[in-house]
Write a protein that binds this ligand. Structure first.
Ligand code: GLU
Length: 601
């Protein structure tokens, strides 16, 4: 959720660390901190609430310098947002410094059992971990490495951590460990790095070694040693990450979200090129995946947030084209309340980051039960893609804005192609997706229209609704999430027929109600529901498709096959959310309280 960077073996560590934190800002955080060691001369600990820019100011004023250091952006789970609770956390005697992503579930028990005499300066679970390392080093005479391992061995099974530790007595060495939270070691001839997200350190290296759950690593300026959960030394080959560092820049765009909305047409083409051959036949989906799906009597799509909404659209494709009954589940619910499964289930995990902790929990459970699993994720080499039996890439490119846009449309398209690969139909999906790409561009070219809708309809409004039926109801959920998560307009997405069963009582004079109207079978019914809310004072905004449009509709979408209309209908909703947020003077890319990849349960 939050981020970790560390570096050793460079002349001046601070600029690398601060730049790295800057690259991680998109993930969502509430405070930041850095520890830089100046060899045996000592070190500098600087922490600040709020933005990385505030930390940069403070660190520069403190003239921080040294050749190794660690840094962190925190997303508070234990203890409020304060300088004291920001990381690095230090041991009482100032010997050890620790940054931590994740949660230590049994921190209170450990604190009571081992640290009763110690004075704590924060409310974090992380401080317990660093105080334990110090205690074991001091009282048991253990090396920093052994004390670190001993502390880790005491964490209960549900704990999640990416740890990066520094010891004043070994000032150029970083000790790293991870479980359920990603951590990579980046190697180069001019210093080694540790990071929770490769994007943060691409200016140092593009060669990364992935740590596995339970690993502990010792990272020095010219040497990296990795030990697995059993304490055995292991060799792990680095992989080369082919990301153009400029892909993570926003170029001339004011916000990443707008750039990513505009990229959706290109992403649609890229996905088509990868998954279709010249004759429109599906490729790059292995026989093993096809055989496993063919053998299934039911598909379970498991996902969270926007990915869950993409799953609701994908469900229709699997039922229509693959003819396999399909259910979609929220991962945080499925993890602890598993429904009765069919005899031969097949699991699909949808995720942007591939690190979603809630989905990982389900994947762990399902693997234990021995069922086949596929992850469709944007970040290849992520935990979910590695741990599932099969993986398919989304190919959306780095998505930086917290509010997902192009990963959503990519998820819908990849599910469509996968389902279509089983279809017995004359329908030419490749051709239809080419049309989708053209029309997505046509819609994103009309930004002014959506700005005007946002400025007039949503200005000063506290609540809003998106309604639709069938596939439009699925898109309404995503449309509502987009608007509420960044503009803070409390927005409900609804299957339109449900309104009259309770929620219609919320409609007041002027309440904005957006209706998505792209499905012919239910268009008449939806018009009726729009009339019902209009009669009660709602300010209705109809977004319809060409053949279903009527005079007075606010926006008419170009027409592609009805099954693919979600790919067009979602674009106005993304742009309306964007402009409503700008109108409120808020930070579009970094909404409050949210993180880009949700790596805690
Ligand atoms: N649980 C730790 C804290 O609240 C780490 C949170 C994080 O992952 O940033 O400080």
């Amino acid at each position: 959720m939050c981020g970790i960077v560390g570096i050793t073996g460079v002349d001046d560590a601070l600029p690398y660390l601060l730049r790295g934190l800057g690259k991680l800002e998109y993930r969502g955080y509430d405070s930041a901190g850095v520890y830089v060691s100046d060899g045996f001369n000592g070190g500098y600990l600087v922490k600040e609430k709020g933005r990385v820019s505030a930390l940069v100011k403070k660190a520069e004023a403190a003239h921080v310098h040294g050749t190794a250091g660690i840094a962190h952006t925190r997303w508070a789970t234990h203890g409020g947002v304060s300088v004291a609770n920001a990381h690095p956390q230090q041991s009482a005697d100032g010997r050890f410094y620790l940054v931590h992503n994740g949660v230590i579930e049994n921190y209170q028990e450990l604190k009571d059992r081992y640290l009763s005499g110690v004075t704590f300066h924060s409310q974090t679970d992380t401080e317990v971990a660093v105080q334990l390392v110090d205690k074991f080093a001091k009282e048991d005479g253990l090396s920093a490495f052994d004390a670190f391992r001993k502390m880790i061995s005491l964490l209960d099974g549900n704990s999640a951590y990416g740890f990066l530790l520094m010891d004043r007595e070994n000032p150029d060495t970083l000790l790293a460990a991870k479980k359920k939270s990603p951590l990579l070691i980046g190697v180069s001839d001019h210093g080694n790095v540790v990071t929770s997200d490769a994007a943060a350190m691409l200016d140092v290296t593009q060669d990364f070694i992935e740590l596995h759950d339970g690993d502990v690593a010792v990272v020095k300026p010219k040497q990296v040693e990795i030990f697995d959960a059993q304490g055995q030394a292991v060799e792990r080959e680095p992989f080369h990450l082919d990301i153009d560092p400029t892909e993570t820049d926003k170029g001339a765009y004011p916000y990443y979200m707008l750039k990513e909305i505009d990229e959706q047409a290109v992403v649609a083409r890229k996905i088509s090129q990868y998954y279709f051959d010249d004759d429109g036949r599906v490729q790059n989906i292995s026989c093993a995946i096809s055989d496993a799906i063919r053998a299934a009597d039911r598909i379970y799509i498991v996902a969270a947030g926007t990915s869950f909404h993409a799953g609701l659209v994908g469900q229709r494709y699997f039922e229509k084209w693959a003819k396999i009954p399909t259910e979609v589940h929220v991962s945080s619910e499925f993890a602890y309340d598993q429904p009765m499964l069919s005899e031969h289930p097949f699991f699909i995990f949808l995720s942007q980051s591939g690190e979603t902790a809630d989905s990982r929990e389900v994947l762990d459970n399902i693997k234990r039960q021995g069922y086949p699993t596929l992850t469709i994720a944007n970040v290849v080499n992520s935990t979910l893609t590695r741990e599932a039996d099969f993986a398919l890439p989304l190919l959306a490119g780095p998505e930086i804005a917290v509010a997902s846009t192009k990963a959503y449309t990519a998820q819908v398209i990849v599910q469509a192609i996968l389902a279509y690969s089983f279809a017995d139909t004359d329908f030419n999906l490749k051709q239809e997706l080419a049309k989708v790409a053209v029309e997505v561009s046509a819609i994103t070219d009309e930004k002014e229209t959506f700005k005007e809708i946002a400025d007039t309809v949503l200005h000063n409004q506290r609540s809003a609704f998106y309604i639709g039926r069938g596939l439009d109801a699925a898109v309404a959920l995503e449309a509502a999430l987009k608007l509420k998560e960044i503009s803070y307009v409390q927005t409900e997405g609804f299957a339109a027929g449900e309104l009259k069963h309770g929620t219609i009582s919320l409609i007041e004079e002027g309440t904005p109600v957006f209706a998505l109207l792209t499905q012919s079978k239910t268009a008449g019914l939806l018009r009726g529901e729009v009339a019902q809310v209009a009669a009660r004072g709602a300010n209705t905004v109809i977004i319809s498709s060409e053949s279903l449009a009527r005079p007075g509709d606010a926006y008419v979408l170009p027409e592609v096959d009805e099954l693919l209309m979600p790919l067009l209908a979602v674009i106005p909703a993304q742009l309306i959310a964007y402009y409503a947020t700008l109108d409120r003077g808020l930070d579009v890319d970094r909404p409050r309280n949210l993180a880009k990849s949700v790596t805690v349960q």
